[in-house]
Write a protein that binds this ligand. Structure first.
Ligand SMILES: NC(=O)c1ccc[n+]([C@@H]2O[C@H](COP(=O)([O-])OP(=O)(O)OC[C@H]3O[C@@H](n4cnc5c(N)ncnc54)[C@H](O)[C@@H]3O)[C@@H](O)[C@H]2O)c1
Length: 346
């Protein structure tokens, strides 16, 4: 299958690109190369004859038409997005333009291409979204695919809007779509502004390890390589017009994640004092959702997919990857906003 992956130079998109090439698919990686992108993430496959790269912004409709005409993909996996909640609080405009208008452009370019090909029912538009569209849970319950949308941040609201557009393009124009809503990812190549890499890198640098609020916010953590595997499963086996929730079966409070990482570092890179001594509680994020939890029943029972690693195993792999790949993360630490507290302007 020839797959057009948008956002393939980002964290999750690059994992999808690496997995898809390994499975024998042809890949066209379309990415604007924003601050969050890094082509080193796909260096392993960049010389593969099955791989092509197009530096294109999804806000540019004409450029998207050119890519579809040139590469004639069998499927689209749409991951390109502005993805950092804290940045969406300080500057929501980019999130509206890329996540909503950009998705609209991509849907229209895909529809024009698909209609021009005679509307093949084998074509797929796979929209990759987040569990944050469902809002915040209390102490109990889990998000299912029929949980009402209730987004709270500019990021999650923009992703919710894009999900609605994708559904509408399926219902109105018959575009063959599948959707996925996934929980928090972690793993190799995670940009150093997100919680897990911030904890690892601040710990190693001897800096404060910041925890927002009381650190009791709960997320359902999924190893990124498992997410990539789940996405390729849904693309190939998912039912048309159906959405699938993807979770790691690994709920944990932020403070628990931080302490697990510190304990792993105590083992792998011991020093005089425990890394947990560097933990510092800082002002909470405005509108910080309390708890997300995924009910993975649909993807498990209908598609036979389950995560392959536990949170402890995934965090050990992740910490080891950061210890082994200092050149990768050092090069990204100069990028705008990295290492500073964002998302306090509300
Ligand atoms: N990270 C998570 O925990 C998580 C969880 C669930 C869903 N998601 C979704 O998965 C997708 C990928 O997330 P990620 O964490 O890999 O994000 P990321 O920020 O690491 O990567 C996003 C990529 O999109 C590209 N991009 C941004 N704007 C673009 C534009 N206008 N045109 C073309 N390319 C553009 C960037 O250059 C970057 O390479 C997003 O849609 C996100 O909403 C993420």
């Amino acid at each position: 299958m020839k797959i057009l992956v948008t956002g393939g130079a980002g964290f999750i998109g690059s994992a999808v690109v690496r997995h898809a090439i390994a499975q024998g698919h042809e890949i066209v990686n379309l990415d604007a190369l924003t601050y969050a992108a890094c082509l080193d993430n796909v260096a392993l496959v960049a010389d593969d004859p099955k791989y092509a790269f197009e530096q294109v912004d999804i806000r540019n409709r004409a450029a998207l038409d050119t890519v579809f005409a040139k590469h004639t993909p069998d499927a689209v996996m749409h991951l390109a997005a502005e993805s950092h909640v804290d940045r969406s609080i300080d500057g929501p405009a980019d999130f509206i333009e890329t996540n909503i208008t950009g998705t609209f452009n991509l849907l229209e370019a895909a529809r024009a291409f698909w209609e021009g090909q005679g509307r093949p029912d084998t074509f797929r538009f796979h929209h990759i979204s987040t569990d944050e569209v469902f809002g915040s849970l209390g102490a109990t319950g889990q998000f299912t695919e029929s949980t009402p949308y209730d987004p709270n941040s500019p990021y999650s609201a923009s992703k919710a809007a894009s999900d609605h557009l994708v559904r509408a393009w399926a219902e109105t124009y018959g575009l063959p779509v599948v959707l996925t809503n996934c929980s928090n990812n972690y793993g190799p190549f995670h940009f150093p502004e997100k919680l897990v890499p911030v904890v690892i890198l601040n710990a190693l640098a001897g800096k404060d390890i910041p925890i927002y609020g009381k650190g009791d916010n709960v997320r359902d953590w999924l190893y990124v390589e498992d997410h990539a595997d789940a996405l390729l499963t849904v693309l190939q086996k998912g039912e048309l017009k159906r959405s699938y929730n993807i979770g790691g079966e690994n709920e944990a409070q932020n403070v628990e994640i931080v302490k697990m990482i510190c304990a792993i570092l105590d083992e792998k890179r011991p020093k005089d004092a425990p890394y947990a001594d560097q933990i510092t509680y800082v002002a909470d994020r405005p509108g910080h959702d309390q708890r997300y939890a995924i009910d993975p029943t649909r993807i498990a029972t209908e598609l036979g997919w389950r995560p392959s690693v536990t949170l402890q195993e995934g965090l050990e792999l992740t910490v080891q990857w950061y210890l082994d790949n200092e050149d990768w993360w050092r090069a990204l630490q100069n990028r705008s906003g990295v290492g500073t507290r964002l998302g306090t302007k509300a």
